[in-house]
Design a protein around this ligand. Sequence first.
Ligand code: PAF
Length: 289
Amino acid sequence: MTGAITTVRTVKDLRAHLATWRKSGETVALVPTMGALHEGHLSLVALAGTKADRVVVSIFVNPIQFGPREDFKTYPRDEAGDLVKLIKAGTHLVYAPDMAGIYPKGFTTHVRVGDLTEDLCGSARPNHFEGVATVVTKLLLQCAPDLAVFGEKDYQQLLVIKRLVRDLDLQVEIVGGEIVREGDGLALSSRNGYLSPAERKVAPLLYHTIHEVAAALAQGAGADTASEAGRFKLEAAGFRVDYVAVRDPETLARLSGPVKQARVLAAVHLGKTRLIDNVPVPLPASTNR
Ligand code: PAF
């Protein structure tokens, strides 16, 4: 127990808590996280709280979604700080399993979602989505929530999770939570802390560029022309660009020519930090300047 929040570390303890709530007819929302929580995560917790009686937040840094040269070892971890934030955000239970609680000795079962994972972040990070799909399937089976909330910042991830839930008939509603941004537009991310002060100044250009791409599309520009212009702008500013893409918002299918409804997605490297972001087309009225 920490303050007013209970942390459980085994699926047995998790299920014991859930059983008490279920007995009294309460609904449960799960917010899966890898910790290092920021306002973006807390907005997902708040959203979960509007949709269910009880909110469970899981904290687990999932090794199998990181590539061999990625930042698993250095990924920020601050469980004590996270718990303080979660108490304020109205979380009822924290599930922080150890490695064996998710991947017991001899674990060999993996979940692979097809087409949706084949490009964009799937090309840049082979096996990433298999790692995400596997751990999310486990967390959903362990917790059996009525709904689970994931951020739209990881837009491709959100679609992958919706697809696996549909394909495997998991009985859970997947809800997407809006991206939370700094005042200058930079999407909140646990990895923003890797940026040097100089990189942090340049980083918001990612959002401003995809916003411009979306605005150009809304004015009738073709998808290829608009995304190429975005890539050019980012490269000129010193970003190493994985992709700037205009895709169908449901299937992530490639689009070309003028589009009515789309998602503009981008992934870039700034120094040693990989940043991703996305915006809808049409842009929401509040950002449609
Ligand atoms: O988005 C994340 O933080 C992770 O990919 C998730 C969904 C918690 C799975 O490890």
